[in-house]
Design a protein around this ligand. Sequence first.
Ligand SMILES: NC(=O)CC[C@H](N)C(=O)O
Length: 391
Amino acid sequence: MTESTKAVPPSPDITAVLVLADGTLFWGYGFGREGDTVGEVCFNTSITGYQEILTDPSYAGQIITFTFPHIGNVGANIEDTETRTPAARGLVVREDVTEPSSYRSTSHLCDWAESMNLIGISGIDTRKLTRHIRAVGAPTGVIAYNKDGVFDIPSLLAKATAWPGLKGMDLAKDVSRTQIEKWDGTRWTIADGYGSLTNIRAHVVAVDYGAKDNILRCLAETGAAVTVVPATASFEEIMAHKPDGIFLSNGPGDPAATGEYALPVLKDLINTGLPIFGICLGHQLLALAFGGKTYKMKQGHRGANHPVQDLRSGKVEITSMNHGFSVDGDSLPKNVKISHISLFDKTVCGIECTDKPIFSVQQHPEASPGPQDSFYLFEQFMDMIVKSKAA
Ligand SMILES: NC(=O)CC[C@H](N)C(=O)O
């Protein structure tokens, strides 16, 4: 369906509408749960991995537009998830979701979406919507799905304009585990499925700001027995586990708003001299703890083909990304160097401390979905831990 500014559905079979806060309407067909949902409308350019994307807790508060037109072709299963319950607010797709075709599929994407409480809209000119998002910067929007095809557009518009936006929003503690969890699962292989850690080399405490499971699997893959602690864990609670290294996870929302409980803990952790590795929100929080600043990007980076350069080696890695905030490189103190940059827009993608074994990256080295070029970062972290244990 094409965009229309008139509040009357352009055809009688319409069952859903996407209403942006600026009044732009996109009519389409609903799937998943009936009802309405509000959030920041972003876009992801990945060609594969829609289920991993939809279950990445970093998408809390966001409606995801998939620029790849065929979403749902391989159905859904219970394995390709990054957390049990998706935090994303909804999804926008181009084509109708067709019958699944994959030996690994256990359900239709529409049924899975409904069981997960997700609201979807198909039949949208996602190219036009993406160009709109690029022009105006991630807008707020509402998807409403109603099989009767009757929509109260003024009230949906009011809902979209009333939503405060992600800037200043702390969502990490909403998606974080509330209980401590031991993790020893390793990555999936086609021969054996998921495995478990056999040769423990070190003990890592991972602070869960909204961690993707594959990050924990990658840590275990390098030999880390992982204890996952809630986002609000205190310095003393973390240190009581006697970690050999600390991991700071990805997560949703504005890092500056998350700082209230995270930063005092991170400042103390930095002073322990223990190896620390952060990914995405963890990277942004680490930069803040060092005294740096973060800012909201216009449209963010979300996809599985983002080129990042490692400034130390000059090598380029193709990475998976999902972030709407970024670290301001000019705000970093002298002992924190920029190690990686985005080759799309030169934004900061990695930092390292020159006098402590601490580093972090903006990209997602755990992929899921996406290329695995950056997996070496997990190995780099384990090498640091092994060295620090030997010292
Ligand atoms: N994937 C993430 O950890 C995202 C970090 C942060 N919420 C951002 O949007 O920039």
